[in-house]
Ligand binder design. Sequence first.
Ligand SMILES: [Zn+2]
Length: 285
Amino acid sequence: MTESFDALASLVAGGGVVVLSGAGLSTESGIPDYRGPSGVARRHTPMTFQAFTRDPLARRRYWARSHLGWRLIAGAAPNAGHRAVAGLQHAGLVDAVITQNVDGLHGAAGSTSVIELHGRLDEVTCLDCGNLTSREELDRRLREANPDFVAQVFAVNPDGDVDLPDEQVAAFRPVDCGICGTGMLKPDVVFFGETVPPQRVASCFAAVEQARSLLVLGSSLTVMSGRRFVIRAAKRGIPVAIVNQGPTRGDGNATVCVDAPLGALLPELAARVAGDAATATPVGV
Ligand SMILES: [Zn+2]
């Protein structure tokens, strides 16, 4: 552990770092991880794009659960791990942050040059007219349409979804686009079965190829959506460091792997390589 921490610190101290973060970085902000140690994935199947767009019942279920889950996502605050990443960036060691998370917590912690690979949960898009609106505005409309909607929240997943009994789902009234009037609304996040916009992927590859090192934080790299950047870095001879609780599918491509809780390790890393500069509040926050 000490040896791998030293190797990690020397890699990050070299600068030019591009961060690739996953759900494991946000668990300490109270947002559970699908595939992490808590094993939420085993009891819950995430919504697919196909089910969402083709099945009105599945869509109603999504919005009913999401209407409740949004409270938790909207109320989440960045943790020590997010702040350490922003601190490393403030110290000039991190050039860009690619995140698989849709919670906006890197930005809230003061990070800049954040590429949100899978979109943001606080924005909503109309699949017909393409208009983008804020989730806050949609939340207001959903509350108006469902003034008595009260339900027990059993569990909340990273996409803002929660478990909910069928009768409560049946009582929920989703709303359509407020601009064109009839369009189907969808959170501006990439669902399972949906592809990430090609330009966004290209920006990520460009960032990775310019990096001096790639630092993976809190991702098991289970899906190719994130793992492809690790593979690309390894192919180009760019060192890859992985900090995660448990093994990842990128371990074979990594120069250094550290198994540790991120909220504890990252501040220690920032203090080691950037000292006071990393703990200062980033400009503009
Ligand atoms: Zn519309």
